[in-house]
Design a protein. Sequence first.
Length: 319
Amino acid sequence: MRSDRITEWLQSLGYGRWERAALAGDASARRYERLADGAGQSVILMDAPPDKVSSTSDFLRLADFLSAHGLAAPAILHAEPEAGLVLLEDLGTTHFADWLTNRPADEAVLYAEATDALLAVQHLGLPAGLTTLDPETAAEMVTVAFDWLPNTADEEMRRTIGAGIRSAVATLSDRRQVLSLRDFHAENLIWRPDREGTERVGLLDFQDAFGAPPAYDLASLLRDARRDVADDTANAMIDRFASATGNRSEAVARDVAILSVQRNLRILGVFARLAKRDGKRRYQGLMPRIWGHLRKDLAHPDLADLRGSLQNAFEELSE
C-alpha cells in the first residue's frame, strides 16, 4: 500500500518517529503533511501519486529556479520523483488568508508585499520548456466551463465566446510572456513578517507554472476564489504594479479584467467538475464569489460583446 511505502521512505531518511499531521490539500490529488520532531523542527511531505498527478519534476525544477534567485520557495530536502514523494522545507504555518482573517487591517501591507514578490518573479525571465498562454490557448482553457456548468450555449455560441476570449487576450496592453506561478493567491502565500524583502512571502503550489501575460498572476491575486479583496486594496495594487512596470493604471486594470474573466471562467468549470465528478462538494461554496468576479470584470466597457455572449450562455451572469 502507498501508506506503507511512504512510512518506509520516511524511516529510511530518519523521519520515522516524527509526528505527522495532514494539511489542507489543493484541487489536485496531491496530499501534504507536516512532520514535526517535537523540538521545534518541522518539514513538509508532498505525496503526489504518479498514477493520479503529473510528475513532480516540474515542481522540483521551479523550486530550485526560484530559490536560486533569492525567492522564498521551499528548499528540496529529499525527493524521489518516480515515486511522487518530496520532503520540503517548512516555510511556516501562517498563510496570508489566515493572517488576514485575524488582522484584516493588514490587507494593504500584505498585498503590497505579495505584489512586489510577483514583480520579482516576473523579472527572472521565462525558464525553458514551459507552456505559454496565448489567445488560442486562453480560449481552449475555458471549454471546461461549458462541459460542467449549466449553460445554454450551442456550438455556434461556444465559437462566438471562444472568439471573444481570443480577441480580448490579443488586445492586452502588455502581452509579454513572463513566468506565471498560476495559482498566486492568499492560500498559496506564507506570511513571514520576521524576514526581509521578498523573503517575507513564501511561495507554494507553483508546479503548474507557465508563461503568461504579466497581469495574469495579478488577476489571480486580486480576484481570489477564496477571499474577498477590498476594492481600495485591489486598486492600490494595480497602481503599484503599473508604476513598477511603466504602464498606466487604466491599462493594467483592463488587462486584469480580461485575464480574470478568462481565468475565473475556467476555474468555475474546474470547480464544478471537482464537485460533480469527484465528490468534492466544498468547491461549490466558492463558486458564488467567482461568479461575482466575472460579473464585475465583464462590466468593463471593452468587454461588452463578450459580456452579452456569456450572459446568454450562463444564467448566473444575467442576474
